[in-house]
Design a protein around this ligand. Structure first.
Ligand code: PMT
Length: 396
């Protein structure tokens, strides 16, 4: 998987830097071309001579090469790379990455990198557990960086806890898995619904819900990154799709969403119904704003909206996969299982409003996926980008 890949190995100043030498060897052995970028503090722990001998390239550390005055272009490096791995990433380097403090070559390269970035933190347990480190790592996740979690064990301080850099083999496995999944949806057409629907009452009011679209758009980004042609049928949201191969069709009401989805579905390989669709809409839409009357309290009569997922479930052919979501507040599993069967889904992703920091508007979610064959998979609270990856992995 790493054959011919261009990898920047960023090394910052921590005792785990000695493991980076072995990581470099493994990457080279796997066929990657590796450019080492090391911070000034990193050079206190391992020498550029060792690193350049193993990588076959001069190690980059300073903005300029002292004797020639030649400028080392972090922009070119950032464009050259297929991936950047920062191992070890110290608390200081993580803080600089999170906040754009571009005072060394590693950080300027990170800021210029267009490729996916993998970060392997390494530090003492108290530093790792400190709220600033947690916040900075969360910020890196929110930028789409991949965090390779440190492990627990004896640290350089002889204290025992979480903060040991992941082993080089494990870092290489992360990269291999990433590149293996890189194009596993190539050529597939994927339909995703996202966001809320707005059911109009009058020109200024609607029935809606709190969906931000973050979950659906995260799934779309992941599917597009893995090579799919993605169409999002999206309710009103304030976020934008980033990947160039994502097409967004904006709608307001459930009926509009239904119309687009039923039209698009026959050409799709996979449909993922993540939108929070209103089950009911006002029977009547007023052309003018409803005025506040003194004595009379207006009554809004509701009519049932079409069930988009259920209708696609009826249209589904054996070559297609249809995945729904279940947003529950109680009797979670029973309700999710009932929806899975009723809508003829292949799988349903359950998220519960009883879980803190999950569901509406949050950057994280906690899901269980129930499959039509009766099996299920439970996951912990994770950033929505990682939840999206779990969902796509399950579909694959
Ligand atoms: O957008 P975020 O802020 O990131 O929040 C994400 C989310 C909480 C909206 C998302 O994770 C989620 O749970 N989406 C589904 C919400 C929902 O409407 O669940 P439901 O249990 O009411 O519906 C079950 C399934 O049927 C869903 O796949 C839904 O899209 C679909 N449905 C529902 C009603 C309807 N009329 N047509 C449908 O297709």
């Amino acid at each position: 998987m790493l054959q011919g890949k261009h990898i920047i190995l960023g090394i910052s100043g921590g005792i785990a830097a000695y493991k980076s030498v072995y990581l470099l060897r493994l990457l080279i052995k796997a066929g990657a071309e590796v450019q080492v970028v090391i911070t000034p503090a990193g050079k206190e722990f391992i020498t550029p001579v060792t690193l350049s001998a193993l990588s076959g390239k001069p190690v980059v550390s300073e903005f300029f090469t002292a004797n020639t005055g030649q400028w080392n272009s972090h922009v070119d490096l950032g464009l050259w790379a297929d991936a950047m791995v920062i191992a070890p990433a110290t608390a200081s380097t993580i803080a600089k990455m999170a906040n754009g403090v571009a005072d060394n070559m590693l950080i300027t390269t990170y800021l210029s990198a267009k490729a996916p970035v993998f970060v392997a933190p390494a530090m003492d347990l108290d530093m790792f557990a400190h709220p600033t480190t947690t916040r900075n790592i969360d910020l890196l996740r929110s930028y789409g960086n991949h965090i390779i979690e440190p492990t627990s064990g004896e640290l350089a301080s002889h204290l025992v806890g979480k903060g040991r850099m992941a082993e080089p083999e494990s870092i290489v496995a992360h990269l291999e898995q990433f590149f293996a999944s890189a194009q596993d949806l190539a050529g597939k057409n994927v339909l995703i619904t996202a966001g809320p629907t707005y059911e109009k009452i009058d020109p200024v009011r609607f029935i809606g819900n709190y969906s931000s679209g973050k979950m659906g758009y995260a799934i779309a980004e992941e599917a597009a990154r893995r090579g799919a042609n993605v169409t999002i049928v999206s309710g009103p949201v304030s976020i934008k799709a980033q990947h160039e191969s994502i097409k967004v069709i904006g709608i307001e009401s459930a009926r509009e969403m239904h119309q687009h989805c039923t039209q698009l579905f026959p050409a799709m390989d996979i449909a993922i119904m993540c939108a929070a669709v209103a089950d009911y809409a006002p029977a009547q839409q007023f052309d003018a704003k409803i005025k506040r009357e003194k004595d009379e309290i207006p009554t809004i009569t509701l009519v049932k909206n079409p069930d988009i997922a259920a209708d696609l479930g009826q249209m589904k052919t054996p070559r297609q996969k249809l995945i729904g979501f279940a947003l529950e507040t109680n009797d979670e599993e029973a309700n999710a299982q009932a929806k899975l069967a009723k809508k003829n889904l292949d799988a349903i992703v359950l998220n519960s409003l009883r879980d803190k920091d999950a569901c509406f508007g949050t950057d994280t979610n906690k899901i269980t996926i129930f499959f039509a064959d009766g099996s299920n998979k439970q996951y912990g609270l994770k950033p929505k980008a990682e939840v999206a990856k779990d969902i796509i992995d399950s579909i694959i």
